[in-house]
Design a protein around this ligand. Sequence first.
Ligand code: ATP
Length: 226
Amino acid sequence: MIELKNIERSYKHAVGETWVLRRINITVRPGEFITLMGPSGAGKSTLLNVLAMLDDGWRGEYWLDHEPIHVMNRKQRSEVARRKIGMVFQSFHLLDDLTVAENIELPLSYKNMPRSERQALVADTLDRFQIVGKKDLYPSQLSGGQQQIVGVARAVIHKPELLLADEPTGNLHSAQAAEVMQLFTELNRAGTTIVQVSHSIENARFGSRIIELRDGWMTPENETPA
Ligand SMILES: Nc1ncnc2c1ncn2[C@@H]1O[C@H](COP(=O)(O)OP(=O)(O)OP(=O)(O)O)[C@@H](O)[C@H]1O
C-alpha cells in the first residue's frame, strides 16, 4: 500500500543543514497497523507529515497504491490525500465554532456529494461512534476523550484506506486513550491501514508492527531493503 524509498528530509539554516530523515525505506502492506516510535526529535512527526502529504520538502520515492506521489505537484497530492487519507492529531484540531455534526461533515465538503447523501453519512457516522447525543454540541462542551472520538469520526467519514495519527492519545487519560485505541482496532479489522506515532508501548500493542526511528534513521532491525 505504501512504499517509501530513500526518503530524506533536511532543514537548511544560516550555518548549514540539519538532517531530520535519512534514507527511510518502509513498505506498509494493506491492513497493517504500524506504530512509529522513538525518542523526541527522532523524526516521527516529520515522517507522518510526509505520509500525510502535509510536507513537500522531502526527497526520495513515495508510492501510495502504486501511485508515484514523488512526481506529483501540490494540487495532485492534495487530491490523493483527500481521497485516500484520514488524519488524527494529538490536539484534535476540531473547529471550535462548528458543532460536532458540522465538524464531522467537513471532509465531505470537498466531495461533489448531494446534501442528503452527506447528511445520511454524517448520521451513520454519529451512530457508529455513539455520539448521536452530542451532535449539536461544540468541541468546548466535550471532554478531551470525546473530542478525540469526534476527531477520529471526522478522519474516517470519507472511508479513507489509510488512517494517520500523530500521538492520538497524547492529551488523554488512560481510559480515554484505551477507548481511542479500541476504535482504531475496530477500524483496522474493518480494513483500514493505520500508521500512528506514539510514545506509548501500550498503544503500540494494539498495532501489528513497530517501526523505530533514531535521529532520523530507522533502527537496523526495521530496515526494509531499498
Ligand atoms: N520546521 C522545522 N525547521 C527546522 N527543524 C525542524 C522543523 N520541524 C522539525 N524540525 C526538527 O526535526 C527534528 C525531528 O522533529 P519531529 O517533530 O519529526 O520529531 P519527533 O520524533 O516527532 O519528536 P517528538 O516525539 O518530540 O514529537 C527535530 O530535531 C526538530 O527540531
